[in-house]
Design a protein around this ligand. Structure first.
Ligand code: SF4
Ligand code: SF4
Length: 305
């Protein structure tokens, strides 16, 4: 019996934006970066976490009563509860105790076989549409052994396989996954290392190096999440496009992903603040201008994924 397990935030079915055809997106949990604009904070930690919706909470305190770690305290003034996340083990007892469904556990462990059984349910859609399975996150390379085991099973079943990655991983961990993929989406966040460090918490050197190496052997689509005030200057987009051009013909295109505020409410559910809440997204015209500038590098560029 295989005791390999990975932690998954969720499984999204019928996705049309994560590879060819109709796809099942597996959202892994855990990320080595801490991007200030992150729209999926519930995927950052590699452990199960409790989400809490205060608007659904009646203040009954049933959750506090069952918590063995005494992580939950009742706040009389707001008739709501607070969770000390340094004490929480993610056991999920409080979620089961909440009759209002105001608490939710983000993160569930799967074996590769159990995950395959989930994606197999969509097999008919893959066959009809030329689709398949995409592993995203979070960052899948953080759970490389588990993801490799799962991709092997997908391949045994002749499913098209894709991965969405920030590419911030040692090459020794990254390379074995590339061998099991039909398509790789790699994020390129900023060409300047100092700015990259300031906004993501990590250097871009390993990412640029991995991108170059991956593009020698895999079909790659490069994605830039365009974040106002971070990487949306014409200079940075032009330099990024030139870099993508230098990667060669394995790169099908560059996708510019507009900054958005979907998922930001999840910060409140994690009882955390969001660093960029006052930044408005770029207009369609501004995005089109950046796309046109990037195209001058001689590569295919699209807005959105
Ligand atoms: S059990 Fe649910 S409704 Fe009751 S205090 Fe806890 S979160 Fe609120
Ligand atoms: S998940 Fe478990 S440890 Fe965490 S707050 Fe709920 S009951 Fe307490």
């Amino acid at each position: 019996m295989n005791d390999l397990r990975g932690i998954i935030y969720g499984i999204e079915r019928f996705s049309l934006h994560d590879g060819p055809g109709i796809r099942t997106l597996v959202i892994t949990k855990g990320c080595p970066l801490s991007c200030r604009w992150c729209s999926s904070p519930y995927t950052q930690s590699p452990k199960p976490e409790v989400l809490y919706r205060q608007s659904d909470c009646t203040g009954c305190a049933a959750c506090a009563a069952v918590c063995k770690n005494r992580a939950i305290t009742f706040d009389k003034a707001s008739a709501s509860v607070k969770t000390d996340r340094t004490l929480c083990s993610g056991c999920g007892e409080c979620v089961a105790a909440c009759a209002q469904a105001a608490r939710e556990l983000a993160g569930r462990y799967y074996t590769p076989e159990a995950l395959l059984r989930e994606v197999e349910k969509d097999e008919a859609f893959y066959r009809r549409s030329g689709g398949g399975v995409t592993v995203g996150g979070g960052e899948p390379t953080l759970q490389a052994a588990f993801v490799a085991g799962f991709l092997d099973l997908c391949r045994e079943n002749h499913f098209h396989t894709a991965m969405e990655t920030c590419a911030f991983a040692p090459w020794e961990r990254f390379a074995p996954l590339l061998e099991k993929l039909d398509l790789v989406y790699i994020d390129l966040k900023h060409m300047d290392d100092k700015t990259h460090r300031a906004w993501t918490g990590a250097s871009n050197r390993r990412i640029l190096d991995n991108l170059q190496r991956a593009a020698r052997q895999n079909d790659v689509i490069v994605r830039i999440p365009v974040i106002p005030g971070f990487n949306d200057s014409v200079d940075n987009i032009s330099e990024s496009a030139k870099f993508v051009k230098s990667l060669g013909n394995h790169v099908a295109r560059l996708e510019l992903l507009p900054y958005h505020l979907f998922g930001i409410h999840r910060y409140a559910e994690l009882e955390r603040g969001y660093a960029l809440s006052s930044i408005p997204p770029l207009s369609d015209e501004q995005m089109a201008n950046l796309r046109d500038r990037a195209r001058t590098a001689g590569i295919a560029v699209e807005i959105g994924g």
